[in-house]
Design a protein around this ligand. Structure first.
Ligand code: TXA
Ligand code: MG
Length: 341
């Protein structure tokens, strides 16, 4: 169900927004996955500003956002027919394609010196309308300061970037809550460079055997961004797998003050002196967990007077790959079994 019924053409500041992008300013915009920090990808200075505002390492390339496939001809070449089949199957939507880069049209800064470029056509009604009205390729990383969780609410963007950028387009909370799937289409079969809500299974359903599901190598990530520490609150975070009842009890025994992040359904385990931040409706509500996770991590980060944060793990399967990837990172890969705490 779409909550966004705005007609941007009548949005009071729309001219200012479009003009801002054309003048190479930074403007955060909503997408269905997370808010993006948008800038004209053709302009060297505009793209440079993104890296400065976010404090982002310059070897970490950006995703180019488009509203129409015809824009691809300007800055990509030799896109395979398999990649095109998948674009047609999933766009507009939460998946980015890494394809061969054609130099000349975009600032080379967006690719961080690679000969490939990531591109995505978002489905968010406001995000798309902005892309249409500017008719520019918009480079947009997540609109957070580097190292913090991606923003899923207008307030998150404001908190991280107010005063550092030209503007933020205010919309409702995002639909999805985790960043797009990134699929590397520079060789066949394709590889998942970053898991997202579009799963390997969904991609292989759309085009059989187009993705190989290799175990992701943490030391040698395909997407440069995957190597950086991410989303981690300032207090120590432990990911607990295989049941959280015992660890909660043992923290009571040890007199530790804890915050617990986990599916709403474990609420009954939580005693009064603990803080509970729920994800989704229950342990099967993976979409809900995607939606709530980054806000939960931001809330947890602001708690004072707690000793540690426990995150309740989800059963690892095809549908939880993306969720557990983000939780693994938030815990700094500090993963414990239920008897280890
Ligand atoms: O959902 C999303 O993808 C959001 C919204 C705003 O569209 N954007 C986003 O961008 O998450 P960012 O910059 O936070 O993450 C982009 C990821 C990084 O891990 C980066 O290393 C990878 O994509 N990436 C970009 N271009 C690449 C390339 N040519 N080769 C390999 N990885 C690339
Ligand atoms: Mg990011």
């Amino acid at each position: 169900v779409r909550k966004y019924v705005h007609n941007l053409q009548s949005y009071p500041q729309i001219n200012q927004i479009v003009e801002g992008y054309r003048q190479n300013e930074l403007i955060a915009l909503p997408t269905e996955t997370v808010y993006g920090l948008g800038a004209n990808a053709k302009d060297e200075q505009a793209v440079k500003k993104i890296y400065i505002a976010k404090g982002r390492p310059s070897d970490n390339p950006l995703i180019i956002h488009i509203h129409d496939k015809s824009q691809l001809n300007d800055f990509t070449q030799n896109i395979s027919k398999e990649a095109e089949i998948l674009m047609d199957a999933f766009w507009p939507g939460p998946i980015s394609f890494i394809v061969p880069y054609k130099k000349g049209f975009l600032s080379d800064r967006v690719t961080g010196g690679l000969n490939s470029v990531a591109v995505r056509m978002p489905s968010h009604i406001i995000g798309r309308e902005i892309l249409q009205l500017t008719n520019l390729p918009i480079a947009a990383p997540s609109a957070n300061v580097s190292g913090r969780p991606s923003p899923t609410k207008f307030e998150h963007v404001k908190h991280d970037l107010e005063g550092r950028i030209f503007g933020i387009i205010q919309a409702e909370d995002v639909d999805e809550g985790i960043e797009s799937t990134v699929i590397d289409c520079t060789s066949f079969p394709f590889k998942i460079a970053r898991p997202g809500s579009i799963t390997t299974e969904m991609i292989n359903d759309a085009l059989p055997n187009s993705v190989v599901n290799e175990k992701m190598d943490i030391e040698k990530p395909i997407a440069p961004g995957m190597k950086y520490k991410h989303y981690a609150p300032s207090q120590p975070v432990t990911l607990v797998e295989g049941g959280i009842t015992k660890p909660i009890k043992s923290s009571v025994y040890k007199d530790e003050r804890i915050a617990v992040i986990g599916p709403k359904s474990i609420e009954s385990l939580i005693s009064e002196e603990m803080i509970f931040i729920p994800l989704g409706k229950n342990a099967k509500d993976i979409k809900g967990a995607h939606h709530d996770l980054y806000d939960a991590l931001r809330i947890a980060d602001q708690l004072i007077d707690i000793d540690k944060i426990l995150i309740s793990g989800y059963i690892r399967n095809e549908s939880t790959v993306a969720l557990m990837n983000r939780i693994d990172k938030a815990s700094g890969h500090n993963i414990k079994g239920e008897d280890e705490l």
